[in-house]
Ligand binder design. Structure first.
Ligand SMILES: *Cc1c(COP(=O)(O)O)cnc(C)c1O
Length: 363
């Protein structure tokens, strides 16, 4: 029996299956054979090179933490607009791109509406849809993770309020061809393209915005500039939509620290580009080394991670064994994903340690 305050909980939230966040190293104290500070964390696509050293200094010397940050995010939005090559009115910044996603759902999706996504993909969309009591229309990708466009279009109904394309897709790193994005935009349903890994591939849907007023693009500072812990992300929208999002957001959703960190990152593009390039180079080397093992099927990737099928079917056990030996990779105990592990691209020495450990474990 639910009693007291519990019986007042919204029915659709009672059985909610939350987003399973990564295991943070601190929670693994005593569970691995290596000390916590030696753990190699390749499970959350974070940037192993860290943020720009200039960001560390700027955060330490900032003098106005006692003052509320600019609720209209003017300086930040201008800097992002110039970086992305769009108008200032198009940009909205959030506490991570996750917050922007949440705002989009609040603006466009109500109880009983349809939200379409293409699985397997980033699980956050499912989670946000369920929070809104929306109906999730999950269109299965093919075995190479390509979107089945005809099937998707056939599943669009007047109740469809949002279509989400992750590009490159997480967990596999594949790109959706522009013609497929166009085809989905032709439905006139709002289409959100999540470009969290844009800087690792250079492909963007932004040029389509002039033809399609139903296109929205989501980006983050969590990956390429190494600010996952700071929390900052942004979206690019038709200006009217951006206005609404700015109206419904919490006034101080982007902290002063996040504003300082992002602005400073833009002043150190040389450094950040060099770390992105190192990660891209290392991605290709990691893929070829993983293939040599012979017991993983390795997918090509345009992002900062690599997806593998564990051919003996023991992906979950492999994850646990790697964790015992101090290397964290991503595994999902979910129907479509049980044979996979996803490995974030680290420094060359991280790949070397991983490959050595995988050889020891064997397939
Ligand atoms: C990592 C990631 C994000 C980033 O989310 P933040 O809230 O900005 O940290 C967004 N989308 C996808 C697909 C991701 O993999």
């Amino acid at each position: 029996m639910r009693d007291g305050i519990e019986k007042f909980i919204q029915p659709h939230l009672r059985e909610l299956d939350g987003y399973s966040a990564h295991r943070s190293p601190e929670t693994l104290e005593g569970k691995t054979r290596v000390p916590v500070e030696k753990i190699i964390k390749l499970d959350a696509n974070e940037n192993v090179y860290g943020c720009s050293p200039r960001v560390q200094k700027a955060l330490a010397s900032y003098q106005s933490y006692n003052i509320y940050p600019d609720s209209t995010q003017t300086e930040l939005r201008k800097a992002i607009a110039s970086y992305a090559g769009v108008g200032f009115e198009a940009v909205v910044v959030g506490n991570g791109s996750g917050e922007i996603l949440d705002l989009i759902f609040q603006l466009l999706v109500g109880a009983g509406d349809d939200v379409m996504n293409f699985v397997p993909t980033f699980d956050m969309y499912r989670f946000r849809a369920q929070l809104r009591d929306a109906r999730l229309v999950e269109v299965r990708r093919d075995e190479d993770f390509a979107i089945k466009v005809a099937q998707a279009k056939a599943a669009v109904s007047p109740r469809t309020k949002l279509i989400i394309i992750t590009n490159p897709n997480n967990p596999d790193g594949s790109l959706t061809p522009v013609r497929d994005i166009r085809a989905l935009l032709e439905t006139r349903v709002p289409v959100l393209v999540d470009e969290a890994y844009y800087e690792f591939c250079g492909e963007t849907a932004l040029p389509l915005m002039k033809d399609y007023p139903n296109l929205m693009v989501l980006r983050t500072f969590s990956k390429w500039p190494g600010l996952a812990g700071v929390r900052a992300g942004y979206g690019i929208f038709p200006p009217r939509i951006a206005d609404y999002l700015l109206t419904i957001k919490l006034p101080y959703n982007v902290s002063a620290a996040a504003q300082v960190a992002v602005l400073e990152s833009f002043k150190d593009m040389e450094y950040l580009k060099s770390t992105v390039n190192r990660i891209i180079t290392e991605r290709e080397r990691l893929i070829s080394e993983l293939k040599k093992l012979g017991w993983l099927r390795v997918f090509p990737s345009k992002a900062n991670f690599v997806l593998c099928v564990v051919l003996n079917g023991k992906a979950g056990e492999l994850r646990e064994e790697l964790q015992r030996r101090g290397i964290l990779v991503r595994f999902w105990d979910r129907p479509l994903m049980r044979d996979f592990i996803r490995i974030s691209v680290g420094k060359p020495e991280h790949s070397d340690a991983l490959i050595k450990t995988l050889r020891e474990i064997g397939g």
